[in-house]
Design a protein around this ligand. Structure first.
Ligand code: NAD
Length: 278
């Protein structure tokens, strides 16, 4: 099946908006690399891009959007509020929009709760206002534990649409995923490929499944995310890998395959713990 025939899957969030289930992550890419990667991704069929203020490449995302033939309405652009700006939400949003050369972003997330700052509730109130003012379409969080979500819900009455968390076969996060699902909050996986390291691509069980379907280990891992109703944002700046990571809508893993991958869990974080990261 050619790329053009691939059918992207969408997930409907609790505010009624739809988000593509596969997006391109651009962490640790320069502006130039980002512009090229986003351009390749749009051509391959991606519509969703995940950046953040702290990645310092919103300008590259904006340049690719500007030169794309796609309609802005087809795209789903996410950016995030960096920790030192919890008390400068409107300023941070305006700066992101300026760099992205956009009037609005589709999803705006609080990047980390940074609990010792104790500013994430007031930041959330500002996200709600920015949404009311049309600067951001959907609002969500990242790296929030249930206790942080419960607190913003109790104090503002507004639920996040998304919680973007570290999630891959070595850290399957079943408990928090179930909790978010019960709340109607969609889970978005960062480092969905375990950052390409840690041996998951060389694991014999993943290779066996990949060979069975004629797919790559990365495609099998992304398919595991999709069938678990997780939104995934794999990163690559290599055109062939960008295309490969999107070609995951034409095969289906069995329940046995899913269980085999579930069993690789080691509760192993590659990034910081949300309670510790400031
Ligand atoms: P990832 O799990 O997406 O792995 C990316 C790496 O895997 C690439 O750099 C490359 O080395 C390798 N790779 C990618 N495709 C491959 C393929 N088809 N075959 C072989 N190797 C391949 O890691 P990530 O970049 O950490 O996470 C993805 C995105 O998640 C980021 O770019 C960023 O947008 C987001 N993110 C968010 C947070 C957060 O706190 N919210 C933290 C980290 C990352």
């Amino acid at each position: 099946m050619s790329n053009k025939l691939m059918t992207q899957k969408y997930i409907t969030m609790l505010d009624g908006k739809k988000i593509p289930q596969i997006g391109l992550g651009v962490w640790q890419a320069t502006n130039d690399e980002t512009e090229r990667a986003v351009t390749t991704a749009f051509e391959a069929g991606y519509r969703s891009i995940d950046t953040a203020t702290v990645y310092e490449n919103e300008k590259g995302v904006g340049a690719a959007i500007k030169s794309s033939v796609l309609n802005r309405k087809e795209m789903f652009i996410t950016t995030k509020l960096w920790n030192p700006e919890h008390n400068n939400v409107r300023g941070a949003i305006n700066k992101s929009l300026e760099l992205l050369e956009l009037d609005y972003v589709d999803s705006y997330l609080i990047h980390w709760p940074a609990p010792s700052q104790n500013l994430y509730v007031s930041a959330w109130e500002e996200l709600i206002r920015a949404q009311e003012d049309g600067l951001v379409r959907s609002i969500g969080v990242s790296n929030f534990l249930p206790e942080h979500i419960e607190r913003i819900l109790k104090e503002t009455g507004v639920k996040p649409t998304i919680n973007q968390i570290e999630l891959h076969p070595l850290l399957s996060q079943k408990e928090i995923t179930q909790w978010c699902t019960n709340q109607g909050i969609k889970v978005q996986a960062w480092s969905p490929l375990a950052q390409g390291g840690e041996g998951i691509f060389k694991h014999k069980d993943i290779i066996k499944i990949a060979n069975h379907y004629g797919k790559s280990p990365a495609q099998v891992v992304l398919r595991w995310h999709i069938q678990n109703n997780i939104i995934a944002i794999p990163k690559s700046v290599t055109p062939s890998r960008i295309i490969e990571n999107f070609n995951v809508f034409d095969f289906e893993l069995t329940l046995d395959d899913l269980t085999i991958i579930d069993n690789l869990n080691q509760n192993k974080r590659l990034g910081p713990h949300p309670l510790e990261f400031e």
